[in-house]
Design a protein around this ligand. Structure first.
Ligand code: PLP
Length: 424
């Protein structure tokens, strides 16, 4: 079992994870459920567990230097400002941004997409303009664009998904002949796990004159991301899925774009000068950070970025790829009739959505819960993608840096128990 999950040691995989050491960093893994069963957390795509380094960073802000940022002249406020801006620098380093000023802090990926839709979208999308999305988008990267094109009388077009869960790039090529203003797609599907060819798609979109927004919510926690190499225009992600606190997230965009965009929310901190009838905006990125942000959460996100970089994103990806391969093999071998969705393990991140024949995923999740196993059940905010596969719902197991093969074995045993309960 263990050798299947362990990535091959070659000269190109310099670091691997010490799972015992990693798991010791996550205090919640020492807890048990109401039946005394240890936690088997397989819902990391919804939100990740938090390591001590993040918990302690948030705690230190609350205990030792609570104060508002950017305004105070006293020591505590300077400490808070330094920590908050330090978190921005760490976040920028994690995704290889050119500079921290290209990182706008937001509450989550959803807010980042809404920011772009309101600020950039309302000024660039007009009557008859089209935006190209994909059938595999999370609702966060669909509904804001629906609202925008309804308001502006524009159009949405969709890159279809093949039966094996891949984007049909030949259709994308054809859609680009419509000269869309924007192409927005997910880096990694939160239901199929598919890793999309973001660099190639960005190049294709740019050649057709479109800007590109990439939803990196399921990518940044799991793979090395280099926004300069990808060369998109906007890249969004959430802190809480990358080991950081809820209420933290980021929008990356090239400085020139951010400078040309009008503010999204208005109020304190996003201004340089205010008069009764007009105001001047603060510099980027603060122009987009109106009001007091979730200072503690963003500091925690910075600690999460540091934790991931210290672990090594190559090592994280290799670990999760090994687990995914292992999970797909074990589940098919050990759970009769299980249906898995999405591409092969080498084309996906650590997400495995499945169904047991004739058993609703809610029942699956509820029975697994008795054994301390947490999986997601439902449409995972991808209703159109479920419709595409003619599915009402799926159960989903998703992995992270702290997941181990033994937890996948526990899932397989748990699923056999679910089938037994429904058989009897
Ligand atoms: C691919 C993808 N995009 C966007 C989101 C939205 O993230 P948040 O709820 O943190 O805004 C999610 C959350 O599950 C996701 O999986």
């Amino acid at each position: 079992m263990a050798d299947l999950a362990a990535p091959a040691q070659t000269e190109t995989t310099p670091r691997t994870l010490d799972s015992d050491a990693v798991r010791a960093d996550f205090p919640i893994l020492a807890t048990t459920n109401r039946f005394g069963k240890p936690l088997v957390y397989l819902d990391s795509a919804a939100t990740s567990l938090k390591p001590l380094a993040v918990i302690e960073a948030v705690d230190a802000y609350n205990r030792e230097y609570t104060s508002n940022i950017h305004r105070g002249i006293y020591e505590l406020a300077e400490r808070a400002t330094t920590a908050y801006e330090g978190a921005r620098a760490s976040t920028a380093r994690l995704i290889h941004a050119r500079e921290p000023g290209e990182i706008v802090f937001v509450r989550n990926a959803t807010e980042a997409i809404n920011l772009v839709a309101h600020s950039w979208g309302r000024h660039h999308i007009g009557r008859g303009d089209s935006i190209v999305l994909t059938e595999m988008e999370h609702h966060a990267n669909l509904v804001p664009w629906q609202l925008l094109v309804q308001e502006k009388d524009g159009d949405l077009e969709f890159i279809p998904v093949s039966d094996d869960g891949l984007l049909q790039l030949e259709v994308f090529e054809a859609l680009l002949h419509l000269h869309p203003k924007l192409v927005a797609f997910t880096h990694v599907s939160n239901m199929l796990g598919t890793i999309n060819p973001v660099r190639e798609m960005t190049e294709m979109a740019h050649a057709a004159g479109a800007l590109v927004l990439i939803d990196g919510a399921q990518a940044v926690p799991h793979l090395p991301v280099d926004v300069q190499a990808i060369d998109a225009d906007f890249y969004v992600f959430s802190g809480h899925k990358m080991l950081g606190p809820t209420g933290s997230g980021a929008l990356w965009a090239r400085r020139e774009l951010l400078e040309a965009m009008p503010p999204f929310m208005a109020g304190g901190d996003m201004i340089r000068e205010v008069h009764l009838r007009r105001s001047e905006w603060n510099d980027v990125p603060w122009k987009f950070e109106a009001g007091t942000p979730d200072i503690a959460a963003q500091i925690g996100m910075g600690a999460a970025a540091e934790y991931l970089m210290a672990t090594g994103m190559d090592a994280v990806q290799a670990h999760e790829r090994g687990l995914t391969r292992y999970a797909m093999e074990v589940l098919v071998r050990e759970v009769p009739g299980i249906e898995l969705y999405g591409p092969s393990a080498d084309q996906r991140s650590g997400v495995v959505s499945f169904n047991l024949p004739g058993i609703h995923p809610h029942d699956v999740a509820q029975i697994l819960d008795r054994s301390g196993i947490c999986v997601r059940a439902g449409h995972h905010c991808t209703m159109p993608l479920h419709e595409r596969f003619d599915l009402a719902a799926t159960a989903r197991a998703s992995f992270n840096v702290y997941t181990i093969p033994e937890e996948i074995d526990a899932l397989a045993v748990g699923l056999r128990e679910v089938a037994r309960v429904f058989d009897s």
